[in-house]
Design a protein around this ligand. Structure first.
Ligand code: F6P
Length: 388
C-alpha cells in the first residue's frame, strides 16, 4: 500500500464534532505515512490556493501539532473543540466560471489521490457536482445538527445539539415554574424535526411541533395547543414547555424567521377566544403567560458530547480505510450500531430530488418509534384538536 496524499475539508454549517473527524483522519493517515492537506473554508481553499493565497505546504496537517504551553504541552485536544479548525463554507454553487476553474486547478495543484468531504445535505450535493467535473476521488462524512442526511441514522453533531436543546429545556423549566409561565422554545433543524422531537422528549416538553407532522400551523393545531395547556393547568401544574421546530410554517403556509413568536401570539389570541366561549372552564383568559426562547446558533457550538466524538472518530477512521482500499464515491454511514458505507450517488440522487421539490431530505418517520414514544407520553404533536 503506497503513501497517499489526501485532502480533507469541512463544508456547510459547522457543528460539534468536526475537529474530532479531522483529528481521526490525521492520526490514522499519519500512522500510514500519508500526507493530509487541510483545505481551508471548504472548496474556497482550493480557489485561494490557485490564486496564490496559500502554498501547498501551508496546508499540510500531518506532522503539525497544535501545541499548548507548559504542562499541557502535547495534549491532543482537538476532539474536544467545537467549530472547525479548517473553517467552513455556507454558500451555493460557485457562480462564476473562473472561480469554478480555480477550484479545480487548486485541487490539481495538490496532486491529491482522494478528498474527504465532511458535509451536510447542501454541501454534499454541491461538492459532488464539482467532484464529477474534476474527476476527484471523494469519500463523504455526514455532519449536521439537523440529522437529515439519508441512509445514516446519525450525523456528526446531532447528538450534541440534542444535548444542548435538552439542557436548555431543563434550565427553562425552573424559571417557567417560578413564574407560572409557558416557555416556548424554537429549535433549529431547517426542514427536519429530528432535533426538536428528540430534545423535546428528553427535555420533558408538553407540546412538540415538527414539520413532518405539522407542516403549517392550522387553527386546529393552535387550538390543540391551547387545550393541552389548559389541561395541564387544570391538572394542577402551572407551567409548561412547548417546542417548535423552525421548519413549521405559519397559517398562510409561509416560513417565519421567528415561528416561535408567531405561535405564542396565536396561542394567546386563541386562548382568549376559547376562554370566552367556554366561560373559563378550560382556562383563565388573563393567565397564559408565554415567553419565547430562540436557541439559535448555540445549538451548533458546544463541546461535542462523547457519542459525537466517537461517531466523528469512527467515521474519520472508516473514511481513511475506504481510501486505503481505493473505494471512492462513497459516504460513511451509521446504521444499527455499526459503521458502514454507501454509494454516494444513491444519496446524491435523493438530495437533488428533494432540493428540487423543496422538501426535507430525510424527514422524521411519522410512524417511527420516536413519534410513538412522544404520543404515548401524552405529548401533543399538533395533530387534531387535542390528545387529552
Ligand atoms: O443546517 C444546519 C443549520 O444550523 C439549520 O438547522 C439552520 O436552519 C441553518 O443551518 C442556519 O444556517 P446559518 O448558519 O446560515 O444561519
Amino acid at each position: 500500500m503506497g503513501k497517499k496524499r489526501i485532502g480533507i475539508l469541512t463544508s456547510g454549517g459547522d457543528c460539534p464534532g468536526l475537529n474530532a473527524v479531522i483529528r481521526a483522519v490525521v492520526k490514522a493517515s499519519q500512522l500510514k505515512g500519508w500526507v493530509v492537506y487541510g483545505i481551508p473554508y471548504g472548496t474556497d481553499g482550493f480557489m485561494d490556493l490557485a490564486k496564490g493565497k496559500y502554498q501547498p505546504q501551508d496546508l499540510v496537517l500531518t506532522g503539525n501539532s497544535y501545541d499548548l504551553p507548559g504542562m499541557l504541552k502535547g495534549l491532543d485536544f482537538l476532539q474536544f473543540l467545537s467549530g472547525s479548525v479548517l473553517g467552513s463554507l455556507s454558500k451555493g454553487h460557485p457562480e462564476e466560471a473562473q472561480n469554478k476553474a480555480a477550484i479545480l486547478k487548486g485541487y490539481e495543484m495538490l496532486g491529491l489521490e482522494a478528498l474527504i468531504i465532511v458535509g451536510g445535505d447542501g454541501s454534499l450535493d454541491i461538492i459532488c457536482d464539482l467532484a464529477q467535473e474534476g474527476n476527484w476521488n471523494i469519500v463523504a462524512i455526514p455532519k449536521t445538527i439537523d440529522n437529515d442526511v439519508p441512509f445514516t441514522e446519525s450525523s456528526v453533531g446531532f447528538t450534541t445539539a440534542v444535548e444542548i436543546v435538552t439542557q436548555g429545556l431543563y434550565d427553562l423549566t425552573f424559571t417557567a415554574a417560578s413564574h407560572e409561565r409557558v416557555m416556548l422554545v424554537q429549535v433549529m433543524g431547517r426542514d427536519a424535526g429530528h432535533l426538536a422531537l428528540h430534545a423535546g422528549i428528553a427535555g420533558g416538553a408538553d407540546i412538540i411541533l415538527i414539520p413532518e407532522l405539522t407542516p403549517y400551523l392550522t387553527l386546529d393545531t393552535i387550538q390543540g395547543c391551547c387545550y393541552q395547556l389548559a389541561h395541564i393547568r387544570s391538572s394542577g401544574r402551572q407551567f409548561a414547555l412547548v417546542v417548535i421546530a423552525e421548519g413549521v410554517k405559519n397559517q398562510q403556509q409561509q416560513k417565519e424567521k421567528y415561528i416561535g413568536d408567531y405561535l405564542a401570539q396565536q396561542i394567546k389570541e386563541q386562548t382568549k377566544l376559547l376562554c370566552e366561549k367556554k366561560e373559563g372552564v378550560f382556562c383563565d383568559p388573563i393567565d397564559v403567560d408565554l415567553r419565547v426562547t430562540v436557541l439559535g446558533h448555540l445549538q451548533r457550538s458546544h463541546t461535542p458530547v462523547a457519542l459525537d466524538r466517537l461517531l466523528a472518530t469512527v467515521f474519520g477512521i472508516k473514511a481513511v480505510e475506504l481510501i486505503e482500499e481505493n473505494r471512492y464515491g462513497r459516504i460513511v454511514i451509521w446504521r444499527e450500531g455499526q459503521v458502514h458505507s454507501a454509494p454516494l450517488s444513491s444519496i446524491i440522487k435523493i438530495l437533488k430530488q428533494c432540493h428540487h421539490e423543496k422538501r426535507c431530505t430525510y424527514p422524521v418517520d411519522p410512524h417511527g418509534f420516536m413519534v410513538k414514544t412522544a404520543r404515548s407520553l401524552g405529548i401533543y404533536l399538533g395533530e387534531g384538536r387535542s390528545l387529552l
